[in-house]
Ligand binder design. Sequence first.
Ligand SMILES: Nc1ncnc2c1ncn2[C@@H]1O[C@H](COP(=O)(O)OP(=O)(O)OP(=O)(O)O)[C@@H](O)[C@H]1O
Ligand SMILES: [Mg+2]
Length: 312
Amino acid sequence: MTAAISISNLKKSFGTLEALKGIDLTINKGEFFGLLGPNGAGKSTLINIIAGLTRADSGEVTVLGHNVVVDYRCARAALGVVPQELVFDAFFSVREVLQMQSGYFGLGKENDAWIDELLDALKLDDKADTNMRALSGGMKRRVLIAQALVHKPEVVILDEPTAGVDVELRKLLWGFVKQLNRQGHTIVLTTHYLEEAEDLCDRIAILNHGEVIALDSKESLLQSEICSTLHLTIKTATEVSNLSQLLPPPFMAKVKQIEGCSVRFELHKEQDSIGELLAAIGASGIEVVDLETKRADLEDVFVELTRRNSAS
Ligand SMILES: Nc1ncnc2c1ncn2[C@@H]1O[C@H](COP(=O)(O)OP(=O)(O)OP(=O)(O)O)[C@@H](O)[C@H]1O
Ligand SMILES: [Mg+2]
């Protein structure tokens, strides 16, 4: 089956900075795919290359089998990109912007019904005739989203669509994007809100310094690495400062953070047992006044993997 997006050995430098160091990635049709990574990891550079806005130094990208350089028109028609930066033409109304965008893809009046649907779905209907200049930041972002979808692209890439967006719009947007995905559209999402990625994505790639450092299903990522954290509130500050004398070294090694009387332990899958840790704490005589365990979430996994990669 043709991939939605296929990327092979993609490299891009800006001067001496290697923004992408040979990316290999295949995104399948129908996936809800998360592209995560810290600031400057290379996510937008990768997206701009897929969208044909930036030229790679080497390597190849195809969208639904169309090479983004030699078969630009077909690749572009298959793709809808919501850019990270708010760029728009200040002189036109919302509807005019969408109609012009339709025109770029050879669509005319017959697309007006879909434009109305988009305006309605993104709660822009009462702003349809408002000049772009007069919209708030969040509303402009909605227009960018509508613009990306105006030609009903099979593959939709959203580069931080919820940055600076209020809670209501986020819910609205995710409802809408989920529906698109259910209808068969492939969705690629970058976001720094990792709970959104955890909630929405089937498969996730983590980029760091221009390299893919993790690529797996969400479930596998969550099961690997850190398994859970144990948060203890200890009765006295003296006990906390004597912790390393009270607790055997293998358990001390699990301590990741101490703040006041609160101590956080990180436990890894398979080799660590929460029961053994609690038994050791009990045997040490440390008085615990509160205890909380938490299963690792995507944020914990992300922080751990990028930390390890940056340290290596
Ligand atoms: N046009 C450019 N000229 C020079 N350097 C650039 C250019 N575009 C990006 N870079 C650099 O390339 C690296 C990757 O940037 P990119 O915008 O792809 O990161 P990102 O993962 O999208 O980050 P963020 O989460 O902040 O959006 C950064 O070091 C950035 O400074
Ligand atoms: Mg970016």
